[in-house]
Design a protein around this ligand. Structure first.
Ligand code: ATP
Ligand code: MG
Length: 273
């Protein structure tokens, strides 16, 4: 049995209830980088804003079957998945309907597990994804809880700014609660610092603070603030397709290989436990 075969696919939720910290940018570009280095990747856009879908070039009129249909149980994952311009990267797009799903399924006993069921129903089917990334909305709502219930790992993007750590303890305690109630498989995959500006002395201090507080959970790779990264979505492209050589692309490639390394280590520890 290969090291990776016991937990396949790896399901990683990109979560932080704070808005604008780089969740979607990281979801799009980490997914692309993982696909570029040989993984079969699915990105589930679970944010009603639908920014991950737009950023990957999926127009609003191309979202007939979406994450909403997974959540209300009217479509299977296979039906909702569509290809992107990136080889080996598929997406389940999001629409504004997702805003209403919380009230629509509020009375259902399985409301926390809708996404988990959809993912589980796909196991062993084609395409056989090795990584599923879930882009969460900026809230600890039912959508994010569904992502955490379906995931093995949580990847937390933190913007390198003065209030970076604010709200992190709330997120970590939510992850703890989810582990105790909905999903005992859940772990923190890692924390990734985003939008780092090396010319800004405060950013450096924030980075050091976060590393001191969160230790090994913080990835060595830091995503720099890079104008190419912010331009790419308006072309419907991940930055790796827009400008492969820029510092942002290179950072996401490095992050992808660190994510894979961490997963291998994690699986090895589980196998030995
Ligand atoms: N490395 C970067 N360099 C420059 N700009 C960036 C970088 N990462 C993200 N941005 C920009 O910052 C803004 C917020 O990023 P993003 O949409 O990824 O955050 P988010 O956490 O998904 O936001 P929300 O909470 O609204 O879903 C966007 O305009 C994006 O283009
Ligand atoms: Mg977002």
């Amino acid at each position: 049995m290969s090291i990776n075969s016991d937990i396949r696919p790896r399901v990683i939720a990109l979560a932080n209830q704070k808005g604008g910290v780089g969740k979607t940018t990281t979801a799009i570009n980490l997914a692309t980088a993982l696909a570029a280095i040989g993984e079969e990747v699915l990105l589930i856009d679970l944010d009603p804003q639908g920014n991950a879908s737009t950023g990957l070039g999926i127009g609003r009129d191309e979202r007939d079957i979406s994450a909403y249909d997974l959540m209300d149980g009217s479509a299977t994952l296979k039906q909702a998945v569509q290809p992107t311009a990136v080889p080996q990267l598929s997406i389940v797009p999001a629409t504004l309907d997702l805003l209403g799903v919380e009230t629509e399924i509020a009375g259902a006993t399985d409301r926390m597990f809708r996404l988990k069921k959809a993912v589980a129903g796909h196991l062993g089917r084609n395409p056989d994804f090795t990584y599923i990334l879930i882009d969460c909305p900026p809230s600890l709502n039912l959508l994010t809880l569904n992502a955490l219930a379906a995931a093995n790992g949580v990847l937390v993007p933190l913007q390198t700014e003065f209030f970076a750590l604010e709200g992190l303890s709330q997120l970590l305690s939510t992850v703890d609660q989810v582990r105790q109630t909905l999903n005992n498989q859940l772990s923190i995959q890692g924390i990734v610092l985003t939008m780092y500006d090396k010319r800004n002395g405060l950013a450096k201090q924030v980075m050091e603070d976060v590393r001191e507080n969160m230790g090994d959970l913080v990835y060595d790779t830091v995503i720099p603030r890079n104008v190419r990264v912010s331009e790419a979505p308006s072309f419907g492209k991940p930055v790796l397709l827009y400008d492969m050589k820029c510092a942002g692309s290179q950072a996401y490639l490095k992050l992808a290989s660190q994510v894979i390394q961490r997963e291998k280590l994690h699986n090895k520890r589980r196998a030995e436990a």
